[in-house]
Design a protein. Structure first.
Length: 133
C-alpha cells in the first residue's frame, strides 16, 4: 500500500481540487477511502462539478486532513478516472459498505445509485507530501 493510501485509510476527510473548463480551480469536500484493491476512491454524483471536471481533465489535487484540523495532512496529486454505472455497481456497494457498515437490499441499493447518478472516482497517485500539524 502506498504512503498516500496508508494516510487516507486513517484520514477520510479531504478537499478535492479539480480544473474548470475556463482553467479556474474548483474545490469540493469529499470523503475518501481505500478500496479492497488498495486504490484511493471517492463517491459523488455524475452531474457534480468535480465529476464533470475530472472527465474533461483528469488532473487533481487532494488535501487529506485530520478530523480535528489539528493533525497532519497530506497533499496528493495525480490523475483520476470516473467510473459510472452499470459496470461500477459492485465498487459503489463496496465503498458504501466500508463507510456505512450496513446497506439496503441489492435491488433497492441499485435503484438508489441509478436515481442519484452515483459514480466512483478512482485516484492514481503521482506525488504525495505529508505535512506535520
Amino acid at each position: 500500500m502506498s504512503d498516500a493510501a496508508k494516510f487516507v485509510a486513517d484520514h477520510a476527510r479531504a478537499i478535492l481540487v479539480t480544473r474548470r473548463r475556463d482553467g479556474g480551480l474548483q474545490a469540493s469536500p469529499v470523503r475518501v477511502l481505500v478500496d479492497n484493491a488498495g486504490a484511493i476512491v471517492a463517491i459523488t454524483r455524475g452531474a457534480s462539478a468535480k465529476a464533470r471536471n475530472l472527465v474533461r481533465d483528469p488532473r487533481f489535487t487532494l488535501c487529506s486532513i485530520s478530523d480535528g484540523w489539528a493533525g497532519p495532512w497530506m497533499t496528493i496529486e495525480g490523475t483520476a478516472e470516473v467510473h459510472a454505472l452499470p459496470g461500477n455497481l459492485a465498487r459503489l456497494r463496496d465503498f458504501y459498505a466500508k463507510r456505512d457498515g450496513s446497506l439496503p437490499p441489492d435491488d433497492e441499493f441499485q435503484a438508489t445509485m441509478e436515481r442519484e447518478g452515483r459514480v466512483l472516482i478512482e485516484f492514481t497517485v503521482e506525488r504525495s507530501t505529508t505535512l506535520p500539524a
